[in-house]
Design a protein around this ligand. Structure first.
Ligand code: ARG
Length: 265
């Protein structure tokens, strides 16, 4: 099944503030390299038959390349983002405007949430992260809006500040995750829901290997996540390694750059 992704070219990419432990404003960044790596990711999606739509980057919003944070789109309906940090707050309205202009019904959120960074949609449930960015009250709001059961998971390690840095759906029914990123209770919930999950190693997590995008067959994943790629292969998936090392300086990987536009099914 081809997917539809919204992405934002890292035209104004830089690391000029630090809102997660990956970000070091004193380290230099190479915008052209970031653009080349991002273009590599978009062409991987296109070569796999997925559709890529683009939102115009906005000057002064260096993290806007991380489209996943822009909204949660389920059943053709858009639940907008409301960012936790002022440095990114203008991105929420920018993404909502794109969806409005493209004919989608949108909901302005009342509660702080960072879109698909913290909401990951499976066939029957939406997994939702909290602890660093998205508020628990937004999980309830998203459940009311989407009509899908939302399962709250608590993140405890600041390096894995969004759910999509610690877990990804391999298909509509199973996930890969890094257990140490979650509270004890959340680990129990994950073990109960996904007894057959792929468990990532420290080494996989430390290169943002969990920030991957699967279409159920191919898994677009940071090239450095070696153990995870081996395990995915062993289970019959096809890992497609990508190099997003420049964007990792802002704490982002392939999934962060990718907002899935889910239609009405
Ligand atoms: N610098 C960005 C931030 O800290 C990175 C966002 C990564 N996005 C994601 N979906 N995890 O907000």
């Amino acid at each position: 099944m081809p997917k539809h992704f919204l992405m934002c070219r890292p035209e104004y990419f830089t690391v000029e503030y630090a809102i997660n432990p990956w970000m070091h404003p004193e380290t230099s960044t190479d915008r052209d390299l970031a653009i080349r790596q991002w273009e590599g990711l978009t062409s991987v999606y296109q070569s796999l038959g997925h559709q890529v739509s683009l939102i115009d980057p906005v000057e002064g919003l260096p993290d806007m390349v991380f489209a996943a944070n822009g909204a949660l789109v389920v059943g053709g309906r858009v639940y907008g983002a409301r960012f936790a940090y002022p440095q990114r707050s203008a991105e929420g309205p920018a993404y909502l405007r794109w969806f409005t202009e493209n004919g989608f019904p949108v909901k302005e959120p009342a509660h702080v949430n960072e879109g698909e960074g913290d909401f990951l949609t499976l066939d029957d449930v939406i997994l939702a992260g909290t602890g660093f960015r998205t508020n628990l009250s937004a999980h309830q709001e998203a459940q009311e809006f989407t009509g899908r059961p939302v399962i709250s998971l608590t993140l405890v390690d600041p390096r894995f500040y969004h759910l999509d840095t610690a877990l990804f759906p391999i298909d509509g029914r199973n996930v890969a995750y890094y257990p140490a990123a979650f509270s004890e209770g959340s680990r129990e919930v994950l073990a109960r829901l996904f007894p057959d999950a792929v468990l990532a190693t420290d080494a996989d997590a430390e290169v943002l290997g969990l920030n991957a995008v699967s279409d159920g067959t191919h898994v677009v994943i940071n090239a450095e996540a070696g153990d995870l790629q081996l395990e995915l292969k062993r289970r019959g998936y096809e890992p497609i390694p990508v190099d997003l090392s420049e964007l990792r300086k802002a704490g982002g990987g392939p999934k962060c750059c990718t907002l899935e536009i889910r239609g009405e099914n």
